[in-house]
Design a protein around this ligand. Structure first.
Ligand code: ADP
Ligand code: MG
Length: 338
């Protein structure tokens, strides 16, 4: 993993996922130029930056990425009543609901991460999670959580590959792909860019980024935000041809009775996970980096590090709830990586 070389010797700094403009600077010459495109999708800002020699082709590519991300939003949003996911949430407890191969695949991959993390990642968290409204500062009371907590269980989500259906074993269950869909949308976008012959690009949606190419040998440098001081970057990670995702408790939250109520929910309690402040994952695909950053956030330092140490080609940087940084051993000792 490229990041290994880079982090070694960097020392202990803290991290928020935004890209440092200076790092993507290259001379605008006859050899090519940078094009940027920003738009809002999936409840966050997406950004595409690519290096091209052909403005017409690049404009088509930028539009294609926006189209693909909007498509994922329209299909997988739990907030849009017309989405296929909303249909699943309305009907899947009554009968198996036919879904597209694409939605099937994303739910299937979410289920694999659920198994891998022993249910820390569980898209049925939404059976309780839907009662939180971070903008309105609303959260479910103890009684509501108690009543609905038993509905959170990924084993109750039944996928039938042959018929391409999903079924819920319990009435009242809901699923939400907010912890994995952005990663999926980025992988889809990167594939489209590659198919169009683009070799150098950054695609970002919220805290998830894929860096295609190596920025002309300079690496792409992704800064990881300080979880408590917005203007600060805790560390900068050079990446090339890999995905980097950060999950933090500082993006969508409100404070109540001195407690931070945020959008990453521990399926065991139905409440915001509180062991860490931020988790960054580096992996070869964005869907994996996205789902694992959410997972490790819930698992905490000890279990989270143990999970990632066992995975090939995945690295992690954790900021715990005291601000202390932890790295997977491959980042500290490149020669020891599995
Ligand atoms: P962001 O959406 O800010 O990029 P994450 O990638 O960490 O952050 O995803 C957080 C989202 O994951 C939440 O908004 C929610 O939709 C979903 N989520 C929260 N808790 C869980 C969980 N236990 N398992 C799976 N998904 C979850
Ligand atoms: Mg995530």
């Amino acid at each position: 993993m490229n990041a290994k070389l880079l982090l070694t010797g960097l020392g202990i700094l803290l991290l928020s996922p935004f890209l440092l403009a200076a790092d993507t600077q290259r001379n605008t010459t006859t050899k090519g130029f940078w094009l940027d495109h920003k738009f809002n999708v999936m409840g966050t800002q997406a950004r595409v930056r690519l290096w091209t020699k052909n403005k017409t082709l690049a404009d088509i590519a930028l539009e294609k990425v926006e189209q693909l991300m909007v498509h994922v939003d329209v299909t997988m949003s739990p907030f849009k009543e017309s989405s296929l996911l909303s249909k699943v949430n309305r009907e899947a407890a009554d009968h198996p609901v036919k879904i597209s191969a694409e939605l099937f695949s994303v739910i299937d991959q979410a289920q694999q991460i659920a198994k891998l993390t022993h249910g820390a990642f569980d898209i049925s968290f939404s059976s309780v999670g839907y009662l939180y409204d971070y903008r309105e500062h609303l959260k479910p009371d103890e009684e509501q959580i108690k009543k609905r907590l038993k509905l959170i269980n990924y084993h109750s989500i039944i996928l039938d590959k042959k018929h391409s259906t999903v079924f819920f074993r319990k009435k009242g269950m809901r699923i939400d792909l907010g912890g994995i869909a952005k990663g999926y949308a980025i992988d889809l976008s990167i594939q489209a860019l590659k198919d169009m012959g683009i070799k150098e690009a950054l695609v970002t949606a919220g805290g998830d980024t894929f860096a295609l190419g190596d920025n002309g040998g300079h690496y792409w440098k992704v800064g990881i935000k300080h979880p408590r001081t917005e203007s600060k970057v805790v560390t900068v990670i050079p990446v090339a041809n890999e995905a980097i995702s950060t999950s933090g408790d500082y993006e969508r939250f409100f404070m109540q009775d001195g407690k931070r109520i945020h959008h990453i929910i521990n399926p065991e309690t139905g409440k915001s996970a509180s062991e860490v402040q931020s988790v960054t994952i580096i992996a070869d695909r964005s869907i994996l980096a996205d789902a694992l950053s959410t997972s490790v956030f819930i698992l905490g330092v000890k279990k989270g590090l143990a999970l990632i140490e066992n995975m090939k080609d995945v690295s992690v940087i954790i900021v715990d709830n005291t601000g202390k940084l932890f790295y997977s051993s491959d980042l500290l000792n490149p020669e020891n990586s599995p």
